[in-house]
Design a protein. Structure first.
Length: 163
């Protein structure tokens, strides 16, 4: 059985494709790529069919990650096939939980930075779309930091050792 994770931001061209790319790399490094799948989507459909923002692609490539991506909009029907839905900020968290068809589906939605103990009281990955390249670098750092804890949680689920 495959464990499925979907990362969600607003337009699905910056934060969520970056998070999915980093997480897929962590999953592969852990030898779980045959049991865990990761993809991404947006709460809105403005960029459907577009590739990743060129700044996202550049930062990912400079740090050795894949950058192939096609934007799409998250659909409520996807909850049935997903095990975990990762929101990149609190606004996405609220939107996704409202979209969830059941309480069980709503519980699948978590904030990415909730998996990073160093995040403290700042649970959001800031919207970087209107900023410069430095914001994309900072986003990558946040995503990498949270991916360690997320991988541990997913590994525990996949291996049946979750508490």
């Amino acid at each position: 059985m495959t464990y499925r994770v979907c990362f969600v931001c607003t337009g699905n061209i910056c934060r969520s494709p970056m998070a999915a790319s980093v997480f897929r790399a962590r999953v592969a490094e852990a030898g779980l790529d045959d049991r865990v799948e990761a993809d991404s989507a947006g709460t809105g459909g403005w960029h459907e069919g577009d590739g990743a923002d060129p700044r996202t692609a550049r930062v990912l490539e400079e740090h050795g990650y894949g950058s192939e991506h096609t934007a799409r909009r998250f659909q409520a029907s996807w909850f049935a096939r997903l095990d975990l839905v990762i929101a990149l900020d609190s606004g996405h968290l609220k939107a996704l939980r409202r979209l969830a068809p059941t309480e069980e589906d709503a519980r699948k939605v978590r904030l990415l930075r909730s998996f990073d103990p160093a995040a403290g009281d700042d649970p959001d990955v800031p919207d970087l779309y209107y900023g410069g390249l430095d914001g994309f670098e900072e986003c990558l750092e946040m995503v990498e930091a949270a991916s360690t804890g997320l991988l541990a949680a997913v590994r525990a689920e996949v291996e049946g050792t979750a508490a």
